[in-house]
Structure formats: C-alpha cells, structure tokens
Design a protein. Structure first.
Length: 109
C-alpha cells in the first residue's frame, strides 16, 4: 500500500469526514462502490463504516438513557468522540496511513 494515489487519499479523507454529518451513509456508499477498486479505500471505508455503526448504536443507547438523565451526557460524549476521532482519521488518511478507530465494533469484515 505504499503507492497510494492522491485521489485515493482524498476519497478516504472525505469518507472519514462525511461521517460527522451523514453518519454511516458515506462510508457505506464508498465501501460498496470502491472496495474492489482499491484495497486502501476498501479497508478505510470499512473502518469508517464500522465506527459509524458503533456510534449509531451508542446514540440509540444514549437516547434510551435520556429518561434517567445520564443519556444527555453520554450523547454529548459520543458526539465529541465522533468529531475528534473522525478528524484524526482524516489527517492520518491524508498522509496515506491506515487508521483504526479505537472502541469501534468490527461488524463488517
């Protein structure tokens, strides 16, 4: 994976950053369309997809916990984690590095 093109890096950066606004949909679309074209794009889109699905599960749990008031805090923590970790992943992707999100469930292999 040492010969990663600038186009591949740009696609992966946008995939990681788009998850901040659009949840798992950008990562799913990129993974389905580009996983066979580039191993790097496929791997990073799968990683972003797994992270966004994990966040979706965390948001659902937070919403349920709102009724005992801890959900508000948990929802804020999940939101901040999404922003910070997605930006870190995008910076790593812009350098052509493989990034693995901490705390992500590896549901899609």
């Amino acid at each position: 994976m040492s010969d990663i093109s600038a186009n591949e890096k740009n696609i992966v950066v946008l995939t990681h950053l788009a998850g901040i606004l659009f949840s798992f949909l950008p990562a799913l679309i990129v993974w389905l369309l580009k996983k066979d074209d580039s191993a790097y794009i496929g791997e990073q889109a799968r990683e972003a997809l797994n992270f966004q699905i994990t966040l979706l599960i965390a948001y659902v749990i937070s919403y349920i916990l709102i009724f005992i008031l801890i959900g508000f805090l948990l929802m804020f923590v999940v939101w901040v984690a999404n922003i910070v970790l997605s930006i870190i992943a995008a910076v790593a992707a812009s350098k052509g590095e493989n990034y693995r999100y901490p705390f992500a469930l590896r549901l899609i292999n």
